[in-house]
Design a protein around this ligand. Structure first.
Ligand SMILES: Cc1ncc(COP(=O)(O)O)c(C=O)c1O
Length: 387
């Protein structure tokens, strides 16, 4: 009888009865959107961050878009963007008519190469966007020094960075706004959903208003039902009460989830670094807490052209993987055809996009699963050597 292959999924939302019941409780009532659960989720998120002001949104993309609109990025403006990120970081600039100006990443962390930022600043530069790559914090004090010098707005894409801390401050509170994602495989989930945070109360309040049509009072604040005024143009990028209820129960799991991720990451990293031609992205500073979204393994040397086969062989052994991200954004068809692609300008982003494999460390897995993944990789390396 053949032995059943162990299944290691890349991501699995951590949903228990407490989460399901919270959603059902909302459905027993009558307020299904922008009500008390949204407010509770925002306050709980602020407690997690340790400071600042939080605004629920419909996704991280929505939060990023709101930021670009609020800061007035537009036609004729340039906004610096990391070449190595999810396309949402860059779409938010493109959507408002501004031009994304890409900067390569560091090979050690996958984060924007801060030393290259000043080279691309011009009179037209209005802002810097960045991503805390796979939850590894960017050295935000250096970013803020550049932003202050040139009077630039800073938008942090924190989609993979719940629990990521730089020099004692949660990411998202260094720049002007931080944008979070609660998509199912993220640290916490609300199905779809996002959060926008700001250290500045006024910024958060004004964006919250714009996110909900720029009406001057929510339905719970109206003396007469249906009666309100509108103070500007706006969007509908709100989160529902069902999502917020789920967000609240998910937040309760953050400490346990982060410690499981850290233990998994450290164990797998130690095992992989015993092997040759493997590089693991991690922070290069003692003053950070990585949120350990996943472990990004970069195949080096003779292995660097073997990624597809590696992924397929891991799949055969039941190990789910992903790629963060499949192309440097400037090489993606849309951006390449609009702005051209300068081969050789985003060398590190190309190496990570083309030669890396994202391995799972999420809390549905334990250290024993990490050993299984490491053993599979060790076997594949032996097969490679023998071939
Ligand atoms: C870095 C980054 N930013 C933004 C997003 C988009 O998030 P959402 O699906 O919540 O819009 C993702 C999604 O994976 C991401 O990885």
């Amino acid at each position: 009888m053949s032995e059943e292959i162990r299944q290691i999924h890349f991501g699995r939302p951590w949903i228990e009865d407490v989460d399901r019941n919270a959603v059902i409780e909302v459905l027993k009532g009558h307020i299904l959107t922008h009500g008390p659960k949204c407010a509770e989720f925002e306050r709980k998120f602020e407690i997690l961050m340790g400071a600042g002001h939080a605004v629920t949104t419909s996704s991280c993309m929505a939060s990023l878009h709101l930021a670009s609109i609020y800061f007035g990025f537009g036609k004729g403006d340039e906004v610096i963007a990391p070449a190595q990120t999810h396309v949402a970081t860059v779409h938010a600039i493109e959507l408002v008519g501004a031009k994304p100006v890409f900067v390569d990443c560091e090979l050690e962390t996958g984060n924007i190469d801060i030393d290259k930022i000043e080279d691309v600043i011009t009179q037209k530069t209005k802002g810097i966007t960045l991503v805390h790559f796979a939850g590894i914090p960017v050295q935000m004090d250096k970013i803020m020094r550049i932003a202050d010098k040139y009077n630039l707005k800073v938008v942090e894409d924190c989609a993979l960075a719940v629990g990521a801390i730089y020099k004692g401050k949660h990411v998202g509170l260094w720049g002007d706004v931080g944008c979070y994602s609660f998509y199912p495989v993220k640290h916490i989930t609300t199905g779809e959903g996002g959060m926008l945070v700001s250290k500045d109360e006024n910024t958060a309040r004004e964006i919250a208003n714009f996110r909900a049509f720029s009406v001057d009072r929510t339905h719970t604040q109206r003396k007469l039902p249906g009666v309100y005024d509108v103070t500007g143009v706006g969007m509908n990028y709100r989160m529902s009460e069902m999502q917020s209820a789920l967000g609240c129960t998910q937040l309760d799991k953050v400490p346990a989830m982060l410690s499981r991720r850290k233990a998994n990451f450290e164990h797998l990293k130690a095992r992989l670094l015993e092997m040759t031609n493997l590089h693991v992205l991690d922070s290069n500073s003692d003053e950070v807490a990585n949120s350990h979204y996943c472990l990004i393994l970069v195949l080096q040397g003779a292995l660097s052209s073997k990624r597809t086969g590696f992924i397929e062989r891991l799949k055969t052994r039941g190990v789910g993987t992903s790629v963060y991200y499949p192309q440097p954004v400037p090489r993606m068809s849309y951006y390449q055809s609009k702005y051209g692609y300068d081969q050789g300008k985003y060398v590190n982003a190309e190496i990570i996009s083309d030669n890396s494999i994202a391995l799972p460390v999420a809390p549905h897995l334990d250290v024993d699963d990490m050993d299984y993944i490491a053993d599979c990789i060790s076997d594949i390396l032996k097969e490679e050597k023998a071939a």
